[in-house]
Write a protein that binds this ligand. Structure first.
Ligand code: UFG
Length: 336
């Protein structure tokens, strides 16, 4: 059985679907702090299979111990964590405590029950923002601009140190670039609570008039159209990367990091234009000031994931825009 922490969240839920399709039994622990229990039913609607679900926080050591005692866990995929960059600046202690305690607990309980394969949901945010694009796994790490980023960085260090101390243990760190898109069915997608900070959920909300206008954060960057460039990747490609990582982690020892992106950079204006074209609508936007902490260009060198995991993303930017909008339309049209 695969334990998926944070399995009702955006990336976790899509990964559960692909795990089930690949024949794995799935157990989810999630405290629902940024997701809904209905996701469990939606996963069943898509796959026809019910996952085991436990409502709880991974920082609860006794809960984890009970779970490992009750179920035969073969591998752990660890998504659970707080992820709002801005909020992490205002609530650093909560972010450090939650995001780091959870990993320490998991590793400790895994050690107690002799479970040795682990996949960690990391982020391109671990790369020092001063580096040159494309970012490879050998690019400089650290110099994070916010506590959220540091929690990813520190978790990577913790996992690496634990791997060094235990030669039976095997871990994969997946460094996601910018996850967007949704399941084609419209049952699963990105559903942040409160006002979103990320580009795609904001574009979706503007497209449905939930928010009046999008502000493009700066058009005076050193890029072709002046707006920032990111490496957007469809969440289903990302989910598939976890299935490949699971196969990899069970055949190798030690700790390895992989970039998971497309290797292709897209500007904010290109994203808006593609969204407008594929969904045949207009996005109301204005050009605003730069946002603190943004870098001009961030995209991945994906050579390593391609070579060692056989990872090749298949979804296009148009798919990302189409599926994100489809999810929003089906789930928010009633003005919820
Ligand atoms: N943007 C706007 N207007 C908005 C929101 C975003 O112009 O209202 C722009 C940003 O300036 C940036 C791009 O859209 O150029 C993407 O911004 P996001 O906030 O969607 O994503 P980021 O690249 O800032 O951050 C994402 C994840 C982080 C992760 C980071 C790693 O949200 O969790 O990638 O690179 F740490």
């Amino acid at each position: 059985m695969i334990l998926v922490t944070g399995g009702t969240g955006f990336i976790g839920s899509h990964t559960c679907v692909q795990l089930i399709k690949a024949g794995y039994d799935v157990l989810v622990i999630d405290d629902l702090s940024n997701s809904h229990e209905d996701v469990v039913n939606r996963i069943k609607l898509i796959t026809g299979k019910k996952i085991e679900f436990i409502k709880g926080n991974v920082c609860d050591y006794n809960l984890l111990t009970d779970v490992f005692r009750k179920y035969k866990i073969d591998s752990v995929i660890h998504f659970a964590g707080y992820k709002a960059v801005g909020e992490s600046v205002n609530k650093p202690l909560i972010y450090y405590k939650n995001n780091i305690d959870s990993t320490l607990n998991l590793l400790t309980v895994m050690r107690n029950f002799n479970v040795t394969s682990f996949i960690f949901s990391s982020s391109a945010t671990v790369y020092a923002p001063t580096g040159k694009v494309p970012f490879s796994e050998l690019s400089e790490l650290g110099k994070c601009s916010n506590p959220y980023g540091w929690t990813k960085y520190m978790n990577e260090e913790i996992i690496q140190s634990y791997c060094n101390s235990n030669s039976d243990f095997s871990a994969v760190l997946l460094r996601y670039f910018n996850p967007v898109g949704a399941h084609e069915s419209g049952y699963l997608g990105e559903d942040p609570q409160g006002i979103p900070n990320n580009l795609m959920p904001l574009i979706c909300r503007v497209s449905l008039n939930i928010i009046n206008e999008l502000t493009v954060f700066g058009n005076d960057y050193d890029t072709e159209d002046g707006t920032c460039i990111r490496d957007y990747i469809h969440v289903m490609d990302l989910a598939n990367a976890h299935i490949l990582a699971l196969k990899y982690v069970n055949g190798h020892k030690g700790c390895k990091a992989f970039n998971i992106g497309t290797g292709k950079g897209t500007s904010v204006l290109e994203m808006i234009k593609t969204f407008e074209d594929v969904n045949k609508l207009k996005i109301n936007y204005k050009i605003g000031k730069r946002r603190a902490g943004d870098v001009a260009k961030l995209y991945a060198d994906c050579t390593k994931a391609k070579k060692e995991l056989s990872f090749t993303p298949v979804y296009t930017l148009s798919d990302m825009c189409l599926h994100s909008y489809n999810y929003m339309k089906l789930n928010y049209m009633k003005g919820v």
